[in-house]
Design a protein. Structure first.
Length: 413
């Protein structure tokens, strides 16, 4: 028996498998399909997508079987601007992802991994019917960007590869696995050997298409080999070293802008991934600014703890001031990390926000007595606006509140 006499439709799917809940299936219940992949233009605060950038294109959701056609039409409507594109997707149809990637390459686009929170949705959930309708309306929307914990998985990383400029924030996630070949037959149900032959042809086609695409986009074929080794039911989150080695994002230092976070405690934070040890490893560090009042702030720097052989470590930052500002010694050590702190006034954090970069210097004494010093420059992108938001949440200084109370009492006498 051969494939002749059957119409064979092969779908290449990348994405987390949907697992059915145990128990009997009700035939009168039709599962709600996920919304089609959405594309929309967003306007945010000044510098929200980089210095001088306040507008971007959001691409989010499952990559469906007609996503590339709609994406092409959307890009034609947007025009030949240079808006950066932010991706947030669990994956989906591989053919469509590669076609969309080719559109990014034609556009010479900049693509990043990040999710958009649309402010126009108000208190509605971002995946609610009301909010989805807004995102599909074709209107330009108001919103904000976040990279922390944003996923670009399965087929999504290949869409990202199409961009001329690719940036993956240190707190965003890229995950890959092998493609699943789904074969549909029309004209009857063929025997098992026919189904197996069709699936194998689909697999060969997928491997050939994907490997050629990866090489065309200037990425190392090792990405294909790694993805092919991961079962469809699982996923491999790419390390920073793999992202660099495969040529997805070749930056020596990858950092997020400063963002205001309103969680258990209000703060301003950023993450940095920095290549070190001659390029053999990467280190992720965290920066946070918190306040005890709207006049008193603390800058925290967190890094993996140094080896026991490194003695008398110091950490300092420099802006345009005459002398570096030294962090408190010794740092707090917690679960394999060091947390350094620096007390700052409102004026000093504002001065830090005025420069485009600040210099960060680390030093430690080796066992041979030599002092080892390493310096790097980090961006203050987003810091000014984030500090303004943070300051509005900070309490008044206690002595200022007391003085205002005394003055108020004196005025009534």
């Amino acid at each position: 028996m051969t494939l002749r006499g059957f119409l064979v439709v092969v779908l290449l799917v990348l994405g987390a498998p949907v697992l059915a809940a145990p128990g009997p299936v009700r035939r009168d219940v039709v599962p709600t399909p996920p919304p089609l992949m959405m594309f929309y233009v967003v306007n945010g605060a000044p510098d929200s997508c980089g210095r001088g950038c306040n507008s971007w294109i959001a691409v989010e959701g499952q990559i469906d079987a007609a996503a590339a056609v709609r994406f092409k039409k959307f890009l034609q409507q947007v025009g030949k601007g240079n808006l950066p594109i932010y991706l947030a997707s669990p994956g989906g149809n591989l053919d469509q992802a590669l076609a969309m990637g080719a559109l990014l390459r034609e556009r010479r686009a900049t693509a990043r991994v990040g999710r958009t929170i649309v402010g126009d949705c108000g208190f509605e959930a971002q995946d609610s019917a009301v909010c989805v309708k807004l995102k599909q309306s074709g209107r330009e929307l108001r919103g904000d960007l976040f990279t922390k914990g944003t996923n670009c998985n399965s087929a999504c990383p290949y869409l990202l590869l199409g961009a001329t400029n690719r940036e993956v924030a240190p707190d965003a996630l890229l995950a890959v696995h092998t493609a699943k070949v789904v074969v549909h037959f029309r004209g009857g149900a063929p025997p098992a050997e026919v189904r197996q032959a069709a699936a194998e042809r689909g697999r060969v086609h997928a491997d050939r298409m994907l490997s050629a695409y990866i090489l065309k986009m200037g990425v190392d074929i090792g990405l294909f080999e790694l993805a092919r080794s991961i079962k469809f039911e699982s996923q491999h989150v790419l390390t920073r070293e793999e992202i660099m080695r495969f040529g997805i994002d070749r930056r020596e230092i990858a950092e997020t802008p400063w963002k205001f976070e309103n969680s258990v405690r209000s703060m301003v934070s950023k993450s940095v991934a920095m290549r070190e040890d001659g390029g053999k490893s990467w280190r992720l560090s965290q920066w946070r600014i918190i306040c005890s009042s709207n006049e008193q702030f603390e800058l925290n720097f967190q890094r993996p703890a140094l080896a026991a052989s490194a003695m008398l470590p110091t950490v300092a930052i420099s802006d345009d001031g005459p002398t570096p500002q030294q962090f408190n010694v010794p740092p707090v050590k917690l679960m394999g990390f060091e947390i350094w702190s620096l007390r700052m006034t409102r004026a000093s954090v504002q001065n830090l926000a005025k420069v485009s970069q600040f210099e960060f210097t680390e030093s430690a004494q080796a066992t041979d007595g030599k002092r080892m010093t390493r310096a790097a420059k980090f961006s203050t992108e987003g810091l000014a606006g984030a500090l303004t938001t943070l300051a509005a949440t900070c309490p008044q200084p206690k002595n200022l509140v007391l003085r205002q109370t005394v003055e108020a009492e004196s005025a009534t006498k």
